[in-house]
Design a protein around this ligand. Structure first.
Ligand code: CP
Ligand code: NVA
Length: 301
C-alpha cells in the first residue's frame, strides 16, 4: 500500500491487515519497540474543520516517532489559489508524508501522484476511509467479528460516509442497507459498480425497514462540511431520517448505534439514543488513533 486514498482502492486483505495491526497497536500503546516515522516530518493539509482527525493524526504521528506540521489551507498559498499540482511538488521535496482533508477527491489523487510521498485521505466529499477503518475496528471489538454483519446507514447516503460504507460492504462482503430521501441516493452508477464488486447494498426511503434486524445503526450529520448553505432545505428533507427509539426498536435486540461525530442531537439522532450508546460512539472516536497509526505503519513497510 503506497497511499490511503479511499476504501474503494483497498482490497479485503488490506482492510483486514489494517484492522489487525490497529488492534495490536492499541493493546501495546506506550510500549512500542519500533518507531516507523523516526526522523520524519508529516504535513496535515486541511481545508475543512476537524477535531478527531487532526488530533488523532498529530498524536499518532508523534507516537510513531515523527513530527507533525499542521497546515490550514487558509494560511498557506493553496488557499489563495496556488494549484494543488505546485503545492504537491513543493511539499514532496520537504515532508515525508501528507494527510489531506479537502473537497475534491481528484485533488488528493493529484497530490499523491505528483508529490511522490505517502498520502492519506483525511476526508473528501467522496470518501472518509480513516473513519471507516476505525468503525470496522470498533464493530469487531463490539461484536467479536465482522461475520454476518448487517449495517443500516440512515441519513445522507450520498455523503462521504455513505459512500465509504458502500465500498466497505463491497470489499468485505457484508450487508448494507441505506435509508435516505430519493434526492440523496448515491449515483446509480456507483451502486452498480459496488454491486459488481460483490456488495449487497439495498436502498429504501423507510428508516425502519433499513433498520429491521440490523446489528449496527449508523448515522452522520445531515449537513456535511461545504453544504452549509443547504442547511434549512436539508433539515426538511432529512426530518424522517433520524435514529430514534422507533428505529432502534426495529433493529436487532443487541444492535449498536454508531456515529462518526460531530453529532447534532435532535437532528440525525435523539439525545437519548446518543447517550445510551455513547460508550460505543466514543470508542469509535478513540479508534481513529489506533487505525491511523496502523495505516501509517503499513505505508512505511
Ligand atoms: N469524524 C471526524 O472525522 O471528525 P472530525 O471532523 O472532528 O475530524
Ligand atoms: N459527512 C461529514 C463527516 C464529518 C466527519 C462531513 O463531510 O462533514
Amino acid at each position: 500500500m503506497k497511499h490511503l486514498l479511499s476504501i474503494e482502492s483497498l482490497n479485503a486483505a488490506e482492510i483486514l491487515e489494517i484492522i489487525d495491526l490497529a488492534k495490536r497497536l492499541k493493546a501495546t500503546r506506550g510500549m512500542e519497540a519500533s518507531k516507523p516515522l523516526a526522523g520524519e516530518c508529516w504535513g496535515l493539509l486541511f481545508s475543512k474543520s476537524s477535531t478527531r482527525t487532526r488530533v488523532s493524526f498529530e498524536v499518532g504521528i508523534r507516537e510513531l516517532g515523527g513530527d507533525a506540521l499542521f497546515l490550514s489551507s487558509s494560511e498557506i498559498q493553496l488557499g489563495r489559489g496556488e494549484p494543488i499540482e505546485d503545492t504537491a511538488r513543493v511539499l514532496g521535496r520537504m515532508i515525508h508524508g501528507a494527510v489531506i482533508r479537502t473537497f475534491k477527491q481528484s485533488d488528493i489523487e493529484t497530490f499523491a501522484r505528483l508529490s511522490g510521498i505517502p498520502t492519506i485521505n483525511a476526508l473528501t466529499d467522496e470518501e472518509h476511509p480513516c473513519q471507516i477503518l476505525a468503525d470496522l475496528l470498533t464493530i469487531e471489538e463490539l461484536r467479536g467479528s465482522l461475520d454476518g454483519l448487517k449495517v443500516a446507514f440512515i441519513g445522507d447516503a450520498d455523503c462521504n460516509m455513505g459512500r465509504s460504507w458502500i465500498w466497505a460492504a463491497a470489499r468485505l462482503g457484508f450487508e448494507l442497507r441505506l435509508a435516505c430521501p430519493e434526492l440523496y441516493r448515491p449515483p446509480a452508477e456507483l451502486i452498480a459498480r459496488a454491486k459488481a464488486a460483490g456488495g449487497t447494498v439495498t436502498i429504501t426511503e423507510n428508516p425502519e425497514e433499513a433498520a429491521h434486524g440490523a446489528d449496527i445503526l449508523y448515522t452522520d450529520v445531515w449537513v456535511s462540511m461545504g453544504k452549509e448553505e443547504e442547511a434549512e432545505y436539508r433539515a426538511a428533507q432529512f426530518a424522517r431520517y433520524q435514529i430514534n427509539e422507533r428505529v432502534v426498536a426495529a433493529a436487532a435486540p443487541k444492535a449498536h448505534v454508531l456515529h462518526c461525530l460531530p453529532a447534532y442531537r435532535g437532528k440525525e439522532i435523539t439525545a437519548e439514543v446518543f447517550e445510551r450508546h455513547a460508550g460505543a460512539i466514543f470508542q469509535q472516536a478513540e479508534n481513529r488513533l489506533h487505525a491511523q497509526k496502523a495505516v501509517m505503519t503499513l505505508l512505511k513497510s
